[in-house]
Design a protein around this ligand. Structure first.
Ligand SMILES: *Cc1c(COP(=O)(O)O)cnc(C)c1O
Length: 368
């Protein structure tokens, strides 16, 4: 069934999905039946672990809600009463992890950087040496605020040298950037259905060391976001969720995983996103737009551009002109610079980027 397309979403979640992913949602599933539990949920859980690592000892948990609910489940369950969290913060999603810890009453310290700065592994090592009460470190992999790819390899290495539990918000990067979480020693990796796996929104997931999941028992600060309880039920009752699961969305996610495999896995998808991003930044430069970040820190996920300086430029008008031509972009999220953002993930291909650049060229007459 061919759906009529409103516009392409050049936004990193929800993003543009294929018709075949959307079509799987036309069937109803029983949340307690084995067709769903073993056929869909267990299949997804084991495939997520395989995508994340070749190491043994990892398991996956699916959690209702948007991605933030899964971050909240991890922070609220992984830290015990005597534990203390260090959040590395260089953007809105780092700031959100701090806010979650504050709301939940989790002991917190943070290393804060301006949004356009790269967190330094040495700074993190220094704070870990200075404050031995820190037990957990949380980091955002791709900071979707700017599109910055934080240096996860260097940071993970230092965190593990200090023997701390490592929590990574890889919401916008998992499935779009190659990485082995076992090699990095990551304890908890968090992502959601509507980002690089290219599913529709409705749940998040956590891929974690079994030993780290076991350690969450009886620690949760929330009933519905109890990571251990959710994992334990899925693990011991063949993929059962504790409360009503978003069945249609979960089935669509399984289809999205099939399509990821068909594309050639994460390596092939990463190449497509990189090519989208390369064409975008190059084409935008030709149109006179400069990127917020230096090339070496730009992720292939989303790019921030400085807004035109002409007085007659208004983001709302630019947005409307692009939407009318079939493209939806994102406003900026950087506090100190006037920017807008364009996502490269989803069912978006290099030829879409070429057409988008034509549409942007047309829209420029609004202020030129
Ligand atoms: C999308 C995203 C989230 C989660 O956002 P939700 O709106 O709760 O789905 C968290 N962290 C990062 C880095 C993200 O890109």
């Amino acid at each position: 069934m061919k759906q009529e397309r409103n516009y392409l979403l050049l936004t990193p979640g929800p993003l543009t999905t294929t018709d075949t992913v959307k079509a799987t949602m036309l069937k109803d599933w029983c949340t307690w039946d084995k067709d769903y539990n073993t056929g869909v949920v267990e299949d997804i859980r084991s495939r997520l672990v395989s995508l994340a690592t070749a190491s043994k000892g990892y398991s996956a948990v699916l959690m209702q809600g948007s991605g933030t609910a899964s971050v909240e489940a991890v922070i609220g369950s992984a830290l015990g009463k005597k534990d203390k969290l260090l959040v590395i913060n260089n953007g809105a999603y780092g700031a959100r992890m701090k806010q979650i810890a504050q709301v939940l009453g989790v002991a917190l310290t943070s290393l804060d950087y301006p949004e356009t700065s790269v967190p330094a592994a040495d700074d993190i090592a220094a704070i870990l040496s200075r404050d031995p009460s820190i037990t957990h470190v949380a980091l955002v992999h791709c900071e979707t605020t700017t599109g910055m790819l934080n240096p996860i390899n260097a940071i993970a290495k230092r965190v593990k040298q200090h023997n701390k539990c490592l929590i990574v918000d890889a919401m916008s990067s998992f499935g779009g950037i190659e990485m082995d979480i076992g090699e990095l020693g990551i304890d908890f990796l968090i992502s959601s259905a509507n980002k690089c796996i290219q599913g529709v929104p409705g749940f998040g997931f956590i891929i974690a060391k079994r030993s780290s999941l076991e350690a969450c028992k009886d620690q949760a600060r929330s009933l519905s976001l109890d990571l251990y309880a959710q994992w334990h039920m899925m693990e011991t009752q063949q993929g059962k969720w504790r409360f009503t699961s978003p069945t249609h969305v979960v089935r669509a996610f399984q289809q999205a995983l099939n399509e990821l495999d068909a594309e050639g896995g994460v390596a092939a998808r990463a190449l497509r996103y990189q090519e989208n991003q390369r064409r975008l930044v190059e084409g935008m430069a030709n149109l006179g737009f400069s990127a917020l970040l230096a090339r070496e820190w730009q992720s292939p996920i989303i790019s921030s551009f400085h807004a035109p300086t002409e007085k007659s430029y208004k983001f709302e008008d630019f947005y409307a002109a692009l939407k009318q031509q079939g493209y939806v972009i994102y406003p900026g999220k950087v506090s100190k610079a006037d920017c807008f953002r364009i996502g490269n993930i989803g069912d978006i291909h290099p030829q879409d980027i070429d057409l988008l650049l034509k549409a942007i060229n047309n829209a420029q007459q609004l202020w030129r």
